[in-house]
Design a protein around this ligand. Structure first.
Ligand code: CTP
Ligand code: CA
Length: 227
């Protein structure tokens, strides 16, 4: 199905999406990142826009084009992503956290490029935990249930068990689990939706097709809470 034929199930809704990896600086030319390509998050942003929503995409570094009609803000670090999300949270109906946010940042990052030492001594990096963007937003959900919070989790094992416990720990109504290790950078994916009623598998399909199915599932769930 082409974009114009998608049902406008999110017309009049505002949707905030995070996508891509974060980049945690070590020095001005180096940093720590991860294998997220941003493809799933960008597909989710595109699908939300196709469904009639006003979409803001807050993205870590990716090589992807901004989906048509989507507003995009670029960030690098987890802290910058956190700040950008909180700055734009007012009035959002749905928050979909697809970004692979770094759990830790380097607290002793150098202002100058680190140089090799004559004696072979290596840099001693120290880490601090980053703020949990999704948990922060979930804690701000209003009494009507907005913003409706959706998380993503890429587990390496025990997905069904870890998925449902992660959903509860984060305090969110819907969590999407990626099956297998090989979602990163791929065009296809297989996902499991975890909600309070249990879990549902969405079989292997393109990330855009899965994103459209996810948007349809989200629209059904917010239709219930906004009565
Ligand atoms: N997330 C976030 N901010 C963070 C870490 C994660 O918003 N600092 C969001 C991700 O965007 C994703 C969800 O939380 O939607 C789950 O991320 P995941 O890394 O699976 O969960 P963690 O709570 O970080 O647990 P783990 O120790 O398994 O990495
Ligand atoms: Ca994590």
């Amino acid at each position: 199905l082409i974009a114009a034929f998608q049902p406008k199930v999110l017309a009049g809704r505002r949707v905030l999406v995070t996508a891509g990896p974060t980049f945690e600086a070590i020095d001005p030319v180096r940093g720590i990142t991860n294998l997220s390509s941003g493809k799933m998050g960008y597909a989710v942003a595109r699908a939300a826009r196709e469904a009639g929503a006003e979409v803001l995409l807050i993205s870590g570094p990716t090589a992807l084009a901004t989906p048509f009609g989507v507003r995009r803000i670029d960030v690098q670090s987890a802290q910058q992503m956190h700040d950008a999300v909180l700055d734009h949270l007012d009035g959002q109906h749905v928050f979909i956290a697809v970004a692979a946010v770094a759990d830790w940042r380097v607290v002793n990052a150098s202002d100058q490029k680190l140089k090799k030492q004559a004696d072979g001594a290596v840099p001693e990096l120290q880490f601090a935990q980053n703020p949990d963007i999704l948990a922060t937003v979930a804690a701000r959900t209003n009494l009507a249930g907005f913003p409706y919070c959706v998380g993503f989790a890429a587990e390496s094992e025990n997905l069904v068990q870890f998925g449902s416990s992660k959903r509860e720990k984060k305090g969110i109504p819907l969590l999407v689990g990626n099956i297998g290790h090989n979602t990163f950078g791929q065009d296809d994916n297989t996902i499991i939706l975890f909600d309070e009623d249990g879990h549902t598998v969405l079989p292997r399909a393109s990330k855009l097709e899965l994103a459209r199915q996810l948007i349809s599932e989200i629209s059904k769930r917010i239709a219930k809470i906004s009565l």
